[in-house]
Design a protein around this ligand. Sequence first.
Ligand code: IMP
Length: 477
Amino acid sequence: MGKHQVLAAFVGLQWGDEGKGKLVEEEVFTAIEETGKRTWVGRYQGGANAGHTSFVRDKIGNLVKFDTHAAPSGLTTGAEIFIGPQVAFDAVRFLEELNKARTLFGYSGGIHISERTGVLFDYHKRLDGWQEDTGEKKVGTTRQGMGPFYMDNANRRTRFTFADYVSDRFPDRLKEILEAKRLEIGAAKIWTPTYLDELVALHDPIRKELKGCECRLEYRLREALNNGENIILEGAQGTLLDEDMGTLPDVTPSHLLAPHAFPSLGLPREKFMIIGVEKFYPTRVGSGYMPTLAEDDFGAETQKNAGEVGVTTGRKRRVGYPDWVIIKYAVMINDVDEIIITRIDNVQDREIKVCTAYDINCQIVGEVPLKLETAKPVYSDARYKWHLWDGPADLSDPLKVDKALASKRKEYVEKGFKGLPEGLREYLRSHDDYVGVPTGAISIGPARGELVAKGFKPERMGYRICLHEDDFEEKSD
Ligand code: IMP
């Protein structure tokens, strides 16, 4: 058994869809392989509004696409899965994803759901849709019930704990809550005389199947920590969608910053590495302003060639130029230790400009204001350009281009940062100087292992074991 213990929290640094799912899946897999230890992976907030895609090779080497919404990435491995108390737990979707993973990958790990976790029901989703359709202010939500769910949680009387869900109290508690919400679900035309019975019938088999998963999660995780086991926390959405610190009012109603995870799971922040996940270019779905929105061919082509379409909603994601003001802010409020940049392979042979300040009412500032729509991007004079490989421009279907690019990607992975084109290395150096936190790796493809690492100090136990130790000597990186 290896001596390392992997303790890491992954958080998105933009508006979500940064590629956390792929990195978490990879991290879980590597942690199991390299340490041989029991490995836990879990969600700490949000719900099935998230959409995490992993591309995993099957037994004969073909790439398989696997999406999760309610479950954390890692169902493709032998990890223990956990769900924290701040999650909006969609039991129906969770079980669907679990069963799919059992069939596809023979998943057989343990499932641990906090007795405190709130359960999300059909009426939350329908109320969310109703508010979007009839309300004056549209957020452009995923219609997965987040707003109504978190209001019920905060209201206390209407919080449906997982402990209640799996107990014999279930039908009585559901009746009580539906009565308390009668006016609201009546107005939204959700209520019917058979609604309660339908919900009970839908959930009865699911409750039976999940009954054994209820636990006092904070104690189980603390035991795992003390036993030297690996623990990986998977954030959902991205920092700019945080309910307090995001771009109000177009945010998701949960606390998604990584430091929020620790008290709710009973874990000590100082033992963990917080890994900020940054997509090379920011994207946004739903309502809300993005300062560097690329309305030129860079935006349109990247959207198309990178297949920037929401996993949960199928909506096109808007693409922007790199915005380092946002990244620096997200790094600060998440207390990020190290950054991983994703989607580098989707951009090449193009002059890239970078936003390094905002013009707010003719004042140049490097801070993110409450009203982001008042900020005009200011781009630095530097332009960056590189060529990675000759190959197809359209990478929107990773399954189609995998064979053409797999060996080129592997070459970059084997060489580490030293093997990257100079233009890209220059970009990374300027990025790290500006942001103040090192980029530890860049993702160069969608599959597990397609990650070019700079080299990690072995003593930084939170993340991975040194892959390219010799790179570390190179101060200029
Ligand atoms: P909600 O989380 O469904 O309430 O949506 C609130 C806002 O967050 C909308 O702009 C959504 O598009 C956005 N959002 C929610 N989940 C995700 C995600 O996983 N990725 C990107 N955007 C998201």
